[in-house]
Design a protein. Structure first.
Length: 73
């Protein structure tokens, strides 16, 4: 799941960055290179920080689930 999210994020930002680069009077080749590099950067950053984000999001879910279990007893 982590790799799929990283690839999707990189692809999205790479495609989104391409028209922005072309609007700044860049050549198609340089816009493509910059878009690929931007996509790889976003994919790597998402892949690297996904465990931190996952832990912080699940911490709240686990604590509320344990509170519910304690109330039932």
């Amino acid at each position: 799941m982590r790799l799929v999210l990283a690839a999707a994020t990189g692809l999205f930002f790479g495609i989104a960055w391409f028209p922005f680069m072309l609007s700044h009077d860049e050549t198609v080749l340089s816009a493509t290179v910059v878009s690929v590099v931007a996509g790889l950067f976003f994919a790597f950053s998402w892949y690297a920080f996904y465990p931190v984000l996952d832990r912080s999001l699940n911490r709240g879910a686990r604590s509320s689930a344990s509170r519910r279990r304690r109330r039932r007893r």
